[in-house]
Design a protein around this ligand. Structure first.
Ligand code: NAD
Length: 483
């Protein structure tokens, strides 16, 4: 693969950045540069915001049917390129080819869902206490939205922010994570090819300084962010200071709780997929496992047996189950988090050792690792590792299991495995998470359904489905008397 030139997309033009150089590294073969270019300067960020501001009135006032057609056409462009761009995603980010292609198709699905939104009702009509008066609360767009996205879903997460932002009539300036700029370009290209007018979507490459400018810029009406809790908190604080609406989806340390009555073989498959799918780099990955004493030994045997068949290597190889993590830095942090856990008393059930990939010695590989702890008072239990690591603990009662699952400040997703209806009912009330799965893995978000976390995992209105309207529009109430 020859090195691709990275560019910003500002006011409808693809322009090289004038800032620090930016290399997009293949995490499977770190001596290979997938794409190369330069970050945007702050002046280029300002130009992108100015373009979005200039494009806003015409985009807002465009007939809804036109906005709808552009989004559905972009969905088709993504579908047409799903193999090619899914392969690039897999090379750039490290998830398997099936996951890469699946993610591009997911982005298309999201665009298609939101292509329906401009055509749906945009407000409510209220009764009035005065004769001949109508009261209308209409939903109107906010203006320029800053979109800041993480590395782990390079096209699906941008799609679930940008598609609703555009559908409801806003314009966008988007900063993707530095490690996945190529798929960001592909997403912008799909919308460009679909006929999106100049300036409606602008893409700027950059790191924290570009992100900070996008949060603080006076012409930015609102900020939607997905990423770590530490950065999310800073973004929320800045927006609070500036009285700017903010939506932040952040970290998670998601539990799977396995209780009596669970189908252990199926549950083991789900837990492994949840923990190690996409190399454990999903905000909704299963990172904690709470096992009721009655099934603990048998369940641990099952997952250890199944993980033994889990193959780690080149994500483009269809026989591979798990690719590398995103960067050398991520690999080193994950390894030291695991080592710290072991030093604090965790027992290694599998993994926690170098991966033997002799032909891929420059790859950022981490073995799928399962640890067991005796009590939840260790940082391993409440700290997001964001890699292929799962920590197990045993509970002697169901209430204790739920309490362990709720320990810590996060509340993104959770799974409960049991076929006992009484336990299911208790679980859905007891578990503190924005998304609860019964007998399925902690990951998974349908485009038409609200998604987001509680506590330190999420701030502001939920994403996806019609709930996105809460964030990407505001209401204007009109008291209307004809005379
Ligand atoms: P990150 O917080 O390091 O970066 C996220 C984005 O913020 C990047 O584009 C980054 O360049 C930008 N950024 C960094 N500093 C900034 C600043 N000071 N101001 C503005 N922007 C700044 O996260 P990451 O490593 O890319 O992604 C992994 C994290 O994202 C994990 O914690 C994961 O749980 C979380 N995540 C959450 C969800 C969710 O829906 N809850 C989804 C995916 C990922």
């Amino acid at each position: 693969m020859s090195t691709i030139a990275l560019k910003n997309f500002i006011d409808g033009d693809w322009l090289p950045g004038s800032g620090a150089s930016l290399d997009d590294i293949n995490p499977t073969r770190s001596d290979e540069i997938v794409a190369s270019g330069a970050m945007a300067t702050l002046a280029e960020v300002d130009a992108a915001v100015a373009a979005a501001k200039g494009a806003f009135p015409a985009w807002r006032d465009l007939p809804a049917t036109h906005r709808s057609t552009i989004l559905s056409t972009a969905a088709r462009v993504l579908e047409d390129h799903s193999e090619e761009w899914g392969t690039e995603l897999s090379i750039e980010e490290g998830k398997t080819l099936a996951e890469g292609i699946g993610e591009v198709l997911r982005a298309a699905e999201i665009l298609r869902f939101y292509s329906g939104e401009p055509l749906r009702p945009t407000g409510e009509v209220f009764a009035s206490g005065r004769a001949h008066e109508s009261i209308i609360a209409e939903r109107i767009p906010l203006g320029v939205i800053s979109v800041i996205t993480p590395f782990n879903f390079p096209i699906a997460i941008p799609a679930w922010k940008i598609a609703p932002a555009l559908a409801y009539g806003n314009t966008v300036v988007w900063k993707p994570a530095e490690s996945v700029p190529l798929l960001a370009m592909r997403f912008a290209m799909a919308l460009e090819e679909a006929g999106l007018p100049r300036g409606v979507l602008n893409l700027v490459m950059g790191s924290a300084d570009v992100g900070t400018r996008l949060v603080e810029h006076a012409d930015v009406a609102a900020v939607t962010f997905t990423g770590s809790t530490v950065v999310g908190r800073a973004v929320i604080a800045s927006c609070g200071r500036l009285c700017k609406p903010v939506q932040a989806e952040m970290g998670g340390v998601n539990p799977a709780v396995v209780l009596r009555g669970a189908n252990l073989r199926e549950a083991a498959g789900m837990v492994i997929q949840g923990a190690f799918g996409a190399t454990g780099q999903k905000c909704s990955a299963t990172s904690r496992l709470v096992l009721h004493d009655s099934i603990a030994d048998e369940f641990l045997d099952q997952i250890i047996e199944q993980v033994a068949n889990w193959r780690v290597g080149d994500p483009l190889d269809p026989a591979i189950d798990m690719g590398p993590v995103i960067s050398a830095r991520a690999m080193s942090i994950i390894n030291s988090d695991i080592e710290e856990g072991i030093s604090a008393g965790a027992q290694v059930l599998t993994g926690a050792e170098p991966v033997a990939t002799p032909d891929l010695k420059h790859g950022f590989f981490v073995a799928p690792t399962i640890l067991e702890i005796k009590n939840p008072d260790v940082s391993l239990w409440t700290h997001e590792i964001f890699g292929p690591a799962l920590t197990a603990i045993r509970a002697s009662t169901v209430d204790e299991a739920f309490a362990m699952a709720n320990t810590g400040p996060f509340g993104l997703t959770a799974s409960v495995f049991t076929t006992d209806l009484g336990l299911v009912s208790r679980a859905t009330r007891a578990i503190n998470a924005g998304v609860v799965h019964i007998n399925s893995e902690t990951s998974g978000a349908d485009p038409h359904v609200p998604f987001g976390g509680n506590g330190n995992s999420g701030f502001g209105p939920k994403e996806q489905g019609r709930s996105a309207r809460e964030f990407f529009t505001t209401t204007r109430t009109i008291y209307l008397r004809p005379f």
